[in-house]
Each structure stands twice: as structure tokens, then as C-alpha cells.
Design a protein around this ligand. Structure first.
Ligand code: PHE
Length: 370
């Protein structure tokens, strides 16, 4: 009897020491045109993994191991790191990536390999339509564009608007179209709708055309680098009205690049660190202590997306792709950016916030429910 017990104890011990880490791929642009996006996202993901591991792991004593790759905000880099994580590292799931244009390249790779993916922040509608293994932790641009247009028309009382967007970026182009559709539906007039090629730094040609139409507001659905430059040049050309944009504005760099030009600027976003809910304030406190910075929406969504994935793997009690996918579908969880349940296209239904740039700071204006 003693001997049997001894052998059993030994088996348990050996099994526990072999409890393998569960490898999760993380992807974000840590360098390139929107590097603050990747840094915040990586911080958020790391924090979620550390918390789960500190509580004893995901299931069966197995801890999560984050293998993070930089996609540089570039779709072809995205394809390389996606394949590397799946084929060389054998990750069981991917949390990533930030930009829709890169997620649109990664999603088909995940789908074909049967490796579930959740993008923290890619808002372009097409991303999750790639297939049943593809999820996201954020709202989508038809909603975000509608909220922006409603705000311009109802709150800013704009009756005419212009938009300027990046022709080579599905996110900025799609969001401009969604804004236009809703603004016109409300009875507003779009006086100019100007695309520019990716990599443009001198926007004066497009802006001159825009100003000829005398718009009440200019909609700039782009990432912070471009937004800062466009805002500056619009002000230089004499535009004094409000500027409106989307989640791509969310970076501490925006006011550094745009200076006073981004004052009288408003954008739709996923979360505000001023939100009084306990789960938000607890997150803000822990994040500040760990990283010495205020968490932006990317940090919150990186954290949330990882949290949602680890919760699904735990409920699946398995690292098989199909089992994780099924568990993801059944998600019902409260995270920093709200309550997550997925609709039939694997998109959560969530509210948006409107942020104003005032004296160089982000100020929370209001929350808009779907
Ligand atoms: N929504 C953007 C996209 O789809 C990414 C983004 C999200 C950027 C949140 C900043 C903040 O490309």
C-alpha cells in the first residue's frame, strides 16, 4: 500500500513538473508609424498574463507564456510574424493585432491554421468576417463612424463637413465612409471627401480643396502621426472649426506632434481612464504602478483581449483550436472596457466614449451606448 502511494505521489510530481506552459502569441506595432499603439498593447497583454499566472495559471496548473512579436504596423511584416508564431512557436492562440490593415492579413492565416485570434483594437468591419476563429475585443467602425457623425451634427451643430483619409488604409477609409453615410443621413452636407496616398506628409493640396467647401468640421479618421500633421496644416491654412476623429487619435504623442492645432478636437474612443467604475480605477492604479504611465485605450484593450482569451482557454480546459473557439463564442465576462458577449459575427456590442482635447489633455465628454 505504502509503495503504491509512493508511486502515485511520484507520478503526480513528475506530471506537475511537466505541466507545460500554454504559449500565446501577442502581436502589435512596437515600432513604425504608430509605435505607442504597440507599446501600450504589449503592456496590457503582459499585465493580464502576469495576473493569471500569479493566481496559479490557466488550468491544470499550466501557466500562460506570452510570445510577443512586432508587426511594425506593416501588413507584410504582419504575415511574417503570424506565420512564425504559428509554425515555429506553436502558439495555441493569438492576441493581435492593433491595426485593421495588418489584422486583415493575419486573420486568414489564423483561420486557415485553426488558431483562434482576438484583435484587441482592429475596428474595421471586415476583420472578423474572415471566419469563425476570428474575434475582437472592440466595437466596429460602422458604429464608431455613426457616433462621430451624430456628435458632429447634434453636439457641435455642424451642418457641413469634410473628410480626409488614407487611401491605403482600410481603417481610415472605412471610417470616413461610415461617417459620411451617417452625416448625410442626418441631413448634413459633405462638401469634400479627400483621400491621400499612404506616407503623405504634405496634405495642403487636399486641405486646400476641403477649405474651399467651407466645412463646419473636418473629420480626420487616421492615426496620431498623420492627425497631428493634418491638424497643423489645416490651422496654418486658416481653419478654425472643430476637428473630429476616431480611436486612432489615442496617443500621448498626438499633442506633442499637433500642439495647439489639435485643440478644439474631439474623437471617439473605447474607454476613458476617468471612468469611475471600480474595475477601471483598479486597472488604472495597477497599470500606473507597473509601467509608470496612464493607460490609454490600447493598454486597456490589450489587457481585455488577453483576459478574454485566457478565460476562454480556462473554460475550454484544452489548448485545441476548436475547443478554444467554442469557448470564446460562449464568452460572457466583465472587463475594463465593459461587458463582453459576442454577436454572430464575433464582435462585442459595446459603448463608445467621446474625448475632447483641452489644454493639451484628454478630457472625457460623454459615453454613447449602441
Ligand atoms: N481601430 C484602429 C484600426 O482598426 C486601431 C486603433 C485602435 C488605434 C485603438 C488606436 C486606438 O486600425
Amino acid at each position: 500500500m505504502k509503495k503504491v502511494l509512493f508511486v502515485m505521489a511520484l507520478v503526480v510530481l513528475v506530471a506537475a513538473s511537466y505541466a507545460q506552459d500554454i504559449k500565446i502569441g501577442g502581436i502589435g506595432p512596437v515600432t513604425g508609424e504608430a509605435a505607442t499603439f504597440g507599446i501600450s498593447t504589449k503592456n496590457g497583454m503582459t499585465m493580464a498574463v502576469d495576473e493569471w499566472n500569479a493566481k496559479g495559471g490557466i488550468f491544470g496548473g499550466r501557466k500562460a507564456k506570452l510570445i510577443f512579436e512586432d508587426d511594425k504596423g506593416d501588413p507584410s511584416e504582419g504575415a511574417i510574424v503570424w506565420n512564425k508564431l504559428i509554425q515555429q512557436d506553436n502558439v495555441v492562440a493569438i492576441v493581435g493585432t492593433v491595426m485593421s490593415k495588418v489584422s486583415l492579413v493575419g486573420a486568414p492565416i489564423s483561420q486557415a491554421a485553426g488558431i483562434p485570434m482576438i484583435s484587441p483594437t482592429s475596428t474595421n468591419e471586415k476583420v472578423t468576417l474572415v471566419g469563425d476563429y476570428i474575434f475582437r475585443a472592440c466595437f466596429i467602425d460602422p458604429f464608431q463612424g455613426t457616433v462621430g457623425a451624430n456628435f458632429a451634427y447634434n453636439d457641435l451643430k455642424a451642418r457641413s463637413a469634410a473628410a480626409i483619409f488614407d487611401l491605403g488604409n482600410d481603417y481610415t477609409k472605412g471610417l470616413a465612409e461610415n461617417f459620411k453615410k451617417q452625416f448625410e443621413k442626418l441631413g448634413g452636407k459633405i462638401v469634400a471627401f479627400e483621400g491621400h496616398p499612404t506616407g503623405t506628409t504634405d496634405f495642403k493640396a487636399q486641405l486646400t480643396k476641403i477649405l474651399q467647401g467651407k466645412p463646419d468640421v473636418i473629420y480626420i479618421p487616421d492615426y496620431y502621426n498623420d492627425v497631428g500633421l493634418i491638424a497643423k496644416q489645416a490651422r496654418e491654412l486658416g481653419f478654425k472649426g472643430p476637428l473630429v476623429g476616431g480611436d486612432g487619435w489615442d496617443s500621448p504623442e498626438l499633442v506633442k506632434i499637433g500642439g495647439t492645432a489639435v485643440e478644439n478636437g474631439f474623437f471617439t474612443n473605447h474607454y476613458s481612464s476617468e471612468d469611475k467604475r471600480a474595475i477601471v480605477q483598479d486597472f488604472v492604479k495597477k497599470y500606473k504602478a507597473k509601467f509608470g504611465a496612464e493607460p490609454d485605450a490600447l493598454a486597456a484593450l490589450g489587457y481585455d483581449a488577453m483576459y478574454i482569451m485566457l478565460d476562454a482557454i480556462k473554460r475550454a480546459g484544452s489548448t485545441k483550436g476548436a475547443a478554444i473557439r467554442d469557448a470564446l463564442k460562449a464568452t460572457d465576462i466583465n472587463v475594463v472596457s465593459g461587458r463582453i458577449k459576442f454577436d454572430e459575427n464575433r464582435n462585442p456590442i459595446k459603448s463608445a466614449v467621446i474625448i475632447e482635447i483641452k489644454n493639451g489633455k484628454q478630457v472625457y465628454r460623454t459615453t454613447v451606448n449602441p
